[in-house]
Design a protein around this ligand. Structure first.
Ligand SMILES: Nc1ncnc2c1ncn2[C@@H]1O[C@H](COP(=O)(O)OP(=O)(O)O)[C@@H](O)[C@H]1O
Ligand SMILES: [Mg+2]
Length: 215
């Protein structure tokens, strides 16, 4: 049976925000069917990722994983998040170090394996992350999350700031990833994901509006 995440009647007001940003979000996301959520800047896309991943606590709403209720802690455990501009938060001096943060006993073999999973076959473990191209840095950030084996993968603006050639590469790669887990992408450039994503929604006025379903 494929994994399914379901969200019902989610409301969220960030601690210092004047009014709720999310006001009655309902969403069902199954593994293998990638979800794209678009929305203007400030519409609450990043807030939604924060809440789904258990990093922020909702004011109201329920989450179900395969029909069982899950709490914040369980969502943190299930989720891998690639934040916007992840390369700004690299801490390792080398690619290998970056992969080992939080996975201290990771063998060289596992490191090489996860790198090839994200298409970084030619990258050396001793290489400095800054020497990678923009697209390669995004892939490295994804590799770090994949090591966690997340059942739910959340990507915040994965194409932001990349040039066109690299964007295509990242999008193809995202499509391949979606086959294995629940995948939710938030973006302000939904046209880039056209044809690739089966279900797309727009976030506006704190709610999700379905744009298309091809499945
Ligand atoms: N921690 C916070 N404190 C106060 N306001 C916040 C906080 N996080 C988000 N907001 C507000 O919530 C709204 C949605 O923000 P965000 O989720 O970052 O939108 P998006 O990612 O779509 O640009 C914005 O108006 C933003 O100013
Ligand atoms: Mg954002």
């Amino acid at each position: 049976m494929r994994d399914v995440l379901e969200i019902t009647n989610l409301h969220y007001r960030p601690a210092t925000a004047e009014r709720p940003v999310l006001r009655g979000i309902n969403l069902k996301a199954g593994a293998g069917i990638p979800i794209v959520i678009s929305g203007a800047s400030g519409s609450g896309k990043t807030s939604l990722i924060d809440v789904i991943s258990g990093l922020a606590k909702p004011n109201k709403g329920s989450f179900y994983w395969n029909n069982k209720t899950i709490n914040n802690r369980q969502r943190r455990w299930l989720s891998g998040v690639v934040f916007q501009f992840p390369e700004r938060h690299f801490l390792g001096l080398t690619v290998g170090q970056e992969l080992r943060l939080g996975h201290r006993r990771l063998t060289n073999e596992s490191q090489t394996k996860v790198l090839s999973k994200v298409g970084l076959h030619d990258v050396k473990l001793k290489q400095a992350p800054e020497t990678l191209s923009g697209g390669q840095q995004r892939r490295l950030a994804l590799a770090v999350q994949l090591l966690k084996n997340p059942k739910i993968l959340l990507l915040d603006e994965p194409t932001a700031g990349l040039d066109w050639s690299v964007r295509d590469e990242i999008i193809e790669f995202i499509a391949a990833l979606a086959k294995q887990q629940v995948l939710i992408v938030v973006t302000h450039e939904p046209e880039l994901f056209e044809g690739l994503m089966n279900s797309s929604f727009e976030l506006s006025d704190g709610q999700l509006h379905q744009m298309s379903t091809l499945n």
